[in-house]
Design a binder for this molecule. Structure first.
Ligand code: PEP
Ligand code: MG
Length: 582
């Protein structure tokens, strides 16, 4: 059972990065941090062999544990978990870890824990030097693997299990606090009721964040030293909206948050009732609210949330974290599953958007600036076999229902023509193989390169639909790397230049009678719904959990009045005051 902490009870707060919205009030359940408390001592030279064997045995056990976790994975476990566990298993067999740690034992006579922790720090430090954000975050994998082995060496291998057991016997209200949470431990915790989790490490692309989103439980990552500063049993408030943790809150603050939490919960319950209500503004304009998904199984959540379709299936998640590329058949099955799940609602599948912070396993980038390099459609056109495989799979899925094929990072009409040619080739090859049913597809492009947004007319004329990727559009308009925490303050979705480009794209698409959506994060931010309606947007695509929140805003909006207000501000290149739109 948790004990109440016996240290300072003054209230203090810490800010990190909110990953999942929501509030939680509860007590800290500290997850083991064996790496921080590792015993350091010298061994006798004659004990070195036995010490090496002790280390190897612990590493073998950690590897066997991981394999049994993979075998017992629940059917609803996020699909990306298996490759993540595989990375951990490979690390356990990596000579860089095993042999080098063994050398610390035999040459320096370190005890096994010390040897392993030292080598782990060396490797993690090397990863920390890497510029690529995604790869840099993989140093967390090393730390997690080392923690697992250290726990086995210390005889407390089951810390996450123990925590799970503790949690099982508690009412909801326990908040997991950890330096980092490995995917394997996250899975164990997934089965248990807890109300939030907080980690010192991790960013928006860390494993913790990926799983957190699929669990939809309030979470804050990147809290720095929280794990060291908080004790088991401390009272905590988690504000996932602001990315803030309040430790030892005063009664007044607790009361405020209890109210906020109750409001949020009852709002969520009320919103569930909107599931089948069409999203229509006060002045009678119907708005499409679609869902973004990364994995085929998420289509079910989208359907249940009442989404009008899939506005963005980021197909690259099928390609990442694995040693080989998915075959045409595997891709076809994934795309077909989404089409079937959506039961006739439109399905937009984006072709491989690899590059920048999303890399294929084993692929080394030589680009000095990968976000401006061989990314997305540029990569696909340079790898025609890979592109053909995907296009054939998409066309086959389109025989089951309408598939909107969405091309990322288009910047020139030449690319559009090249894609059309590749599609014609895929069609021909399938016809030659006797696939006679009609292919039901439309071709569209992401508007995320400023050049395309500025000179949008030929694209609007030649394509069937457009989808504005504000995540990248903002990065390229503002010259701010979307993954770089140091310049996050400059990443400004409300900058008049960004909004003018969105408005221009929507207006021109409208004049050519072509549908246009926004599928970047802005579309799922309910604080921006009125503004986007004012820019003329009529199709929003967002994470499924956001659909109801955005719908609520649509139902309160008068689109005609909003259009006037927003146009007036944009004409003056003024910063839009969101408060004045309500
Ligand atoms: C975008 O850029 O806005 C987008 C939706 O695509 P991604 O976030 O996958 O780059
Ligand atoms: Mg993008």
């Amino acid at each position: 059972m948790m004990k109440q902490a016996e240290h300072s009870t003054a209230m203090w707060t810490l800010a990190g990065q909110g990953v999942v919205n929501g509030y939680a009030i509860g007590r800290a359940a500290i997850m083991g941090a064996a790496a921080l408390e590792v015993p350091h001592y010298y061994i006798e030279a004659e004990a070195a062999e036995a010490e090496c064997a002790r280390l190897n045995q612990a590493m073998n056990q950690a590897r066997d544990d991981l394999m049994s976790i993979v075998q017992q994975l629940p059917a609803d476990a996020p699909r990306e978990i298996v490759p993540m566990l595989e990375v951990h298993r490979l690390l356990l067999d990596d000579p860089m870890l095993r042999q080098q740690s063994g050398e610390y034992i035999t040459e320096r006579l370190y005890n096994a824990e010390w040897a392993l922790a030292t080598q782990g720090q060396n490797l993690a430090a090397q990863f920390d030097q890497i510029e690529d954000t995604y790869l840099r975050e993989r140093s967390a994998d090393i730390r997690q693997v080392i923690e697992r082995v250290l726990l086995i060496l210390s005889g407390q291998a089951s810390t996450p299990n123990e925590l799970a057991l503790q949690l099982d016997h508690q009412e909801a209200g326990l908040i997991v606090v950890a330096r980092d949470i490995s995917p394997a431990d996250m899975l164990r915790l997934r089965k248990v009721r807890f109300s939030a989790f907080l980690t010192d490490l991790g960013g928006p692309t860390s494993h913790t964040a990926i799983v957190a989103r699929s669990m939809n439980i309030p979470a804050v990552v990147g809290l720095g030293e929280l794990r060291r500063m908080v004790r088991d049993g401390d009272k905590l408030i988690v504000d996932g909206f602001k990315g803030v943790v309040i430790v030892n809150p005063s009664e007044v603050v607790l009361q405020q948050y209890r109210q906020l939490q109750a409001q949020h919960l009852s709002q969520r319950e009320q919103l569930d009732q909107l599931r089948d209500t069409p999203a229509v503004t006060l002045d009678g304009v119907t708005v499409q609210l679609e869902a973004n998904i990364e994995l085929p199984e998420e289509a079910q959540d989208a359907f249940e949330a009442g989404a009008d379709g899939i506005g963005l299936f980021r197909s690259e998640f099928l390609f990442m974290g694995r040693a080989s590329l998915p075959s045409e058949q595997e891709q076809f099955e994934a795309y077909a599953a989404v089409v079937r799940t959506m039961q006739g609602r439109p399905v937009t599948i984006r072709t491989l958007d690899i590059g920048a912070d999303k890399t294929l396993d084993g692929e080394q980038t030589v680009a000095t600036n990968p976000a401006l390099g061989l990314r997305a459609v540029r990569y696909c056109l340079m790898h025609p076999d890979l592109f053909q495989t995907q296009l054939r799979a998409l066309l086959r899925a389109s025989q089951l229902g309408l598939v909107r094929i969405l091309i990322p990072m288009i910047s020139s009409m030449d690319e559009v023509f090249a894609v059309r040619q590749a599609l014609a080739q895929a069609e021909l090859s399938l016809r030659a193989e006797g696939l006679l049913d009609p292919f039901q597809y439309e071709l569209g492009a992401m508007v995320e390169v400023p050049a395309m947004a500025i000179a949008i007319e030929p694209f609007a004329q030649n394509l069937d639909f457009l989808s504005i990727g504000t995540n990248d559009l903002i990065q390229y308009v503002m010259a701010v790397d979307r993954a770089d925490a140091e310049v996050m303050g400059l990443y400004d979705p409300l900058h008049p230049a960004v909004l003018r480009l969105i408005a221009h794209t929507i207006n021109r698409a409208e004049s050519y009678g072509k549908p246009v959506a926004v599928c970047g994060e802005m579309a799922g931010d309910a604080r921006l719904t009125h503004m986007l309606l004012g820019l003329g947007l009529r199709c929003f695509s967002m994470p499924a959990a956001q659909v109801a929140w955005v719908k609520q805003e649509v139902l309160k909006a008068h689109s005609g009045a909003l259009r006037h207000k927003v146009a007036a501000a944009l004409n003056r290149a003024e910063r839009i005051d969101l408060q004045k739109l309500h």
